[in-house]
Design a protein around this ligand. Structure first.
Ligand SMILES: Nc1ncnc2c1ncn2[C@@H]1O[C@H](COP(=O)(O)OP(=O)(O)OP(=O)(O)O)[C@@H](O)[C@H]1O
Length: 408
């Protein structure tokens, strides 16, 4: 079906030679015993991407993400298994791929466009929009060797998306663009997705994955470790990054059908968490701008040299709207004895837009949870913000802006 991707029992192994002569000997004498072993990068991958779906692929460096995308884009051959793609594919893989340094941006746009299956006549018609979107000014007629990496990416992106592809594959390419181009290309990708383009995106940028994708696939050691709703997969990945032998990762379905992730060594734990109004009443619904207190009770199970509490408020897409910890506020608790109970009261104005929010908590010894993750809990608390007494506004934050108007 047009726009679908079906990956079946896909595997990729690279040949590994003990020394550089072994490669030559293998080549000269392919029929005697082999002088290499196989290094499996990906094994037995099975998944389907439906037409119009946006799927993010995440994982640590070396997990096999780029290899997977290259095989789907057809620039690397699978060792095992098969890939079926419906329709026209446009891929942004490595920077400068398909470009020639000595040709101008315009000449490269023509060549890259033809590689994508566009005819010279189609490219003539599309060139003004490619030029306008890339916004390179006079550089369009300069040789590519004088381009910065961001400028190359602008050109590659503009060519790849000049005619809506059925499948768009992007490997981290967006991250080299400046903020302005990133916004512009995100909007363009969203527009393509709304018109039915299927998107497969590799990125280390959590926000990019969560804001663009309907689903995420976590690759770990060449296999799919988790697949599902982006927020739950990102939360699991985040927990896994800090994993050591003492750590457990738990995922449970909460009442609203979403997944809650809890990880850590368990040396400290959030026993209780609630949001209260100024009179101490527990709240599930908060008014825009209301003064509230986030009250967190922590139990320690072992002696801890340092205890840091962090929390983050996430919007419904899983983006952190605000997060801070007691390392950054210089309120680290030191020499906390096993069996202690610590009470944290965090008071703030809920200057948030109407919608649902969740609170994540982190108990660590320093500024990140990567070394000593005592406990990390996503979706530890859920609450809703409604607008009771402010004018109608849009967005995830209430900025209490005043408009002064003068009429003469
Ligand atoms: N041409 C190649 N020859 C041999 N090994 C390769 C080749 N290309 C990739 N690999 C190996 O395959 C593994 C996966 O690499 P890949 O680039 O797909 O990872 P990745 O998840 O995209 O990493 P990153 O986040 O760093 O981009 C790595 O161990 C890498 O060394």
């Amino acid at each position: 079906m047009r726009g679908s991707i079906r990956v079946t029992e896909l595997g990729k192994a690279y040949k590994r030679y003990p020394h550089r002569w072994a490669r030559l000997l293998d080549w000269l004498d392919p029929f005697s015993h082999q002088r290499h072993d196989l290094h499996w990068v990906l094994r037995d991958l099975n998944f389907v991407v439906e037409p119009g779906e946006a799927v993010g692929v995440i994982g640590v460096n070396g997990a096999g993400k780029s290899t997977l995308l290259k095989m789907i884009a057809g620039t690397t051959r699978p060792t095992t298994g098969s890939i079926h793609i419906g329709g026209r594919v446009a891929a942004l893989l490595e920077l400068g791929m398909g470009f020639h340094k000595d040709f101008t941006g315009r000449q490269n746009a023509y060549m890259a466009g033809q590689l994508l299956g566009l005819t010279a006549r189609e490219l003539d018609a599309l060139m003004p929009s490619i030029e306008a979107f890339a916004d390179l000014g006079d550089y369009m007629d300069q040789p590519l060797r004088v381009y910065s990496s961001g400028m190359q990416m602008r050109l590659a992106f503009s060519v790849a998306t000049a005619r809506r592809p059925d499948v768009l594959i992007i490997d981290e390419a967006l991250s080299v663009g400046d903020q302005y181009f990133q916004h512009k290309s995100f909007d363009h990708i969203r527009g393509l997705a709304e018109q039915g383009t299927t998107l497969l995106l590799v990125s280390h940028d959590k926000q990019a994955i969560q804001s663009l994708c309907d689903r995420a696939i976590l690759l770990d050691n060449g296999a799919i470790a988790m697949e599902g709703e982006p927020e739950a997969v990102m939360d699991y990945y985040n927990a896994k990054l800090a994993a050591d032998q003492n750590q457990v990762i738990d995922q449970n379905m909460t009442g609203d059908g979403k997944i809650q992730t809890r990880s850590g060594t368990g040396e400290a734990t959030v026993r209780d968490i609630c949001l209260c109004d100024e009179s101490g009443h527990v709240l599930k619904v908060v008014h825009v701008g209301q003064r509230v207190t986030l009250s967190i009770t922590v139990d320690t199970l072992t002696d801890l040299p340092r205890l840091v509490l962090g929390y983050g408020i996430k919007d419904r897409l899983g983006q952190v709207v605000f997060g801070i910890n007691t390392h950054h506020t210089q309120q680290v608790l030191e020499h906390v004895k096993a069996g202690s109970q610590c009470q944290f009261e965090i008071t703030f104005e809920a200057n948030l837009g109407p919608g649902t929010y969740s609170v994540q908590t982190a108990l660590t010894s320093a500024d990140t949870h990567l070394n000593n993750n005592y406990e990390w809990c996503d979706r530890a608390l859920l609450f809703t913000v409604i607008n009771k007494d402010k004018p109608d506004f849009s967005g995830v934050s209430w900025m209490n802006a005043r408009i002064v108007i003068e009429k003469t």
